[in-house]
Ligand binder design. Structure first.
Ligand code: CMC
Length: 433
């Protein structure tokens, strides 16, 4: 189902000699020229900095059409999943390839409840980070450390994979909430088996002995939607990192920890935090939109409009459309008026009517409005990218699992065109002047 070789082929002529290369066609019509034998046959490699046009794998998990703004997980439209599913249902779908039956869902829920606690020794780790340690750094360290406490994977990375996956999905929210509580100097709030996945997380974040937290269904629903929208996005930077690290045969925890570090970057998941700081700066600067639009267009200025543009989408990011609606709904329901939302809207309108952004197909992406929802929920800005990681985790797991299950997987090892010094003679130190 994942691919089919249509029998078509491409012809490449190098130095007057022609070579035939197979064409691979995906189930939705994606076409790729298979160049894996090119070096051996021709002596030429291909060069594609930033992998703008390089497929690193075939995958049956997520379909993305960036020209038409289509995103599907396992064949299901993102719009429908975001509207009708629970995040853990989508997590199951991504990892197992089908929506869970009632029994499968109950079993999965049981595992998530069973694995929600952290080993008490690990809780001491939090005491040894400096007070302002970035939450993404803490998250990657803690996730990596899980393999020391839960080493059930054995030598074969796929042993107990379903249990490890559930363990990770459950524990990551405990780690995230505990790291927040520790950073605030508040007592930890342990997971509650009576609460659902998102409600449990919010309760661990915000419940306090003197100010009990009431889990509100609207807030839970908004968080559930955001996590679904982030759950997978095929071969993006962090997912490719997970696969690259996984291709060396390393365990799931270590591979995911590497993905968390990749996601941290402001060009990737870190953009949601950067958007809020950009909107605050514009606000503090008297809503001087022109100044920031001009800065974003100025090639000598490193400033970019955070939350705008995407490597793959050349139209509206479908996730962004859903998030905008969810954002409006939540703020209305909670009766919150956030000045940053107005600034975001105005900035979007100006950019979408500016030739620079129009000609480059730069639209708001998933990160442009997500931060406003997180703010309304009460999540602090420095935790936004952690929230992205919570959402993306099932996708990383599914991609890692698919890779490990594929008997044709090879270690990831790109090539380079060397541009350094040609061979030269070694000069002993006392002769170097
Ligand atoms: N503001 C101003 N100019 C931009 C922006 C932006 N946000 N994004 C792209 N451009 C310009 C860029 O300067 C280039 O112009 P020119 O052709 O004149 O050199 C052109 O648009 C193409 O951009 P690129 O950098 O070649 O595109 P890319 O595919 O390498 O980068 C991107 C994609 C997302 C890194 C980039 O659009 C960007 O930096 N956006 C802001 C950061 C951001 O929002 N990241 C979150 C991405 S979505 C969530 C996720 O998947 O992580």
């Amino acid at each position: 189902m994942t691919q089919n070789n249509t029998g078509n082929s491409a012809t490449l002529t190098v130095e007057g000699k022609s070579y035939t290369l197979p064409i691979i066609t995906g189930t939705e019509g994606d076409k790729a020229i298979d160049i894996s034998g090119l070096l051996q046959e021709t002596g030429y490699m291909t060069l594609d900095s930033g992998y703008k046009n390089t497929g690193s794998c075939t995958s049956a998990i997520t379909y993305l059409d960036g020209t038409n703004g289509i995103l599907r997980y396992r064949g299901y439209a993102i719009e429908e999943l975001a509207e009708k599913c629970l995040f853990i249902e989508v997590a199951y779908l991504l990892i197992h390839g089908h929506l869970p039956t009632r029994t499968e869902f109950d079993n999965f829920k049981y595992l998530l409840r069973r694995f929600a606690l952290l080993h008490e020794d690990m809780i001491h780790f939090f005491d040894h980070f400096p007070p302002n340690a970035p939450p993404m750094s803490i998250l990657s360290v803690m996730v990596n450390s899980l393999c020391n406490y839960y080493p059930e994977m054995g030598d074969d990375p796929l042993t107990n994979i379903d249990m490890t996956a559930a363990r990770l999905i459950s524990k990551i929210r405990t780690i995230a909430a505990f790291s927040y509580k520790k950073s605030m100097g508040h007592p930890l709030v342990y997971p509650r088996p009576d609460l659902n996945y998102c409600g449990n997380f919010l309760n661990m974040m915000f419940d306090k002995p003197v100010h009990p937290y009431t889990v509100q269904p609207e807030t839970v629903a908004a968080l559930n939607k955001l996590l679904i929208l982030h759950a997978d996005h095929e071969q993006n930077c962090s997912t490719s990192t997970v696969r690259l690290v996984g291709s060396a045969g390393v365990n799931l925890y270590a591979s995911i920890s590497a993905g968390i570090n990749a996601l941290w970057g402001p060009l990737h998941g870190g953009a949601n935090e950067a958007v809020i700081s950009m909107l605050k700066t514009i606000h503090a600067d008297g809503n001087n939109f022109k100044k920031y639009i001009d800065k974003a267009k100025d090639k000598s200025d490193p400033f970019r409009l955070s939350g705008f543009g995407h490597r793959v989408y050349k139209t509206y990011d479908p996730r962004g459309t859903i998030i905008q609606e969810a954002c409006d709904d939540l703020l209305l329901t909670l009766n919150i008026s956030d000045p940053l939302l107005d600034i975001a809207r105005q900035l979007e309108e100006i950019a979408l009517n500016d030739e620079y952004f129009v000609s480059r197909n730069l639209f708001p992406n998933v990160d442009f409005y997500s931060g406003i929802i997180y703010r309304a929920i009460g999540i602090p800005t420095n935790m936004f990218t952690v929230m992205f990681a919570l959402g993306r985790l099932p996708g990383w797991i599914a991609q890692w699992k698919e890779q490990q299950e594929n008997p044709n997987t090879k270690i990831g090892r790109p090539r380079q065109v060397y541009t350094g010094e040609p061979a030269r003679e070694f000069v002993p130190m006392n002769e170097r002047g």
